[in-house]
Design a protein around this ligand. Sequence first.
Ligand code: BGC
Length: 402
Amino acid sequence: MTHDPADTMTLRLPDAFLIGASTAAHQIEGGNVNNNFWALEHRENSPVEQVSGDAADSYHRWREDMDIVRDVGLDAYRFSLEWSRIEPAPGQFSRAAIAHYQRMIDGALERGIVPVVTLHHFTDPMWFTREGGWKGSTGPERFARYVEAVAPILQAVPWIVTINEPNMVALSARLGSGGGEPVADDVPGAPLPAPDRRLVESLTAAHHAACERLRASVPASQIGWSIASQVVRSVPGGEESAARFRDYIEDVFLRECADDDFVGVQSYTRNVFGPDGMVRDDPEDTRTLMGWEYWPDAVGEAVRDAHDVTGKPILVTENGIATADDSRRIDYTRGALTSLVGAIDAGVDVRGYLHWSLLDNYEWGSYRPTFGLVAWEPETFERQPKPSAMWLGDVARTHTVS
Ligand code: BGC
């Protein structure tokens, strides 16, 4: 990216820089009745406030959604394949579900949209959970078998994310049980506990096994995984806690990218440590609908961190804000892109930016935090692109941020 000398307020993106939007199957498709999150939603005394239900009905309306991506001018669309639809029972693959996702990949390409495909975005088939899931000894091999089954449809997909946020998946066991017993690695006062080591090993093995299968069958694709960046920072007295937290929450996963083609970076806010735990002085009324600090610079910081650990090309696979005020979304995204310019100018190889999210979606238990560039009417599912969608489309078309 370069600064346009004619206008110091205009930042120019390189021609090949992708601008797009991201989604995930369970958050928009609807009717994913055969996965572990649906089971959690419907469990007696479920901790989940709302069920996903029909979500945005994107399983049927994906063409409309991709038309919007194309019409507003975005270059890329990231979506995920729902494993529980593709492999509803162990070793039993649904040709119809695979053909559905093949149509989506073809549909993106026909519209001139670059497809970015995630193979696992938080949800597991119920049979996998019953077998022990990522804690079970068969987890990596089960995942690799599924990856092998979908590889034939990924031939023309330039960017493949094997597992979305393994660092959050590795926490799921502990978060689901209210944190569980403290473990030696935990940093007192940290916003998240240390992940279960067995899960870290299993997810890492699954990623490597998936990469190996994909490299053999889709050699032209860029393959990586996407890490939830916490942008861990400190004020005097918080350095040691910050370093320990950062190591278990993200660096351990970033170090596993050594053989990957790229690293997916996902970032929303920052976490600052002081001598007594987290330092938080942002006024409550400025926080996002997730309760997170409004900090548009997070993504620029996140890519620098990922670059320092991996030295790999980076695709920002998620960044965005939960807000009911769309002009705030535009301001946040402008700030985020500006922070990326700074990182690129400092030598970080960032290949693109995918906004979270294309659609208002199911935020893992609630529809309240709205992250979308596009709203939809709950009764009819009619799509309503917001001004932010047009704004980001303009950025993609002109390759400038003003
Ligand atoms: C996840 C998304 C989620 C978003 C906002 C990321 O952790 O990949 O599924 O909706 O953050 O919370």
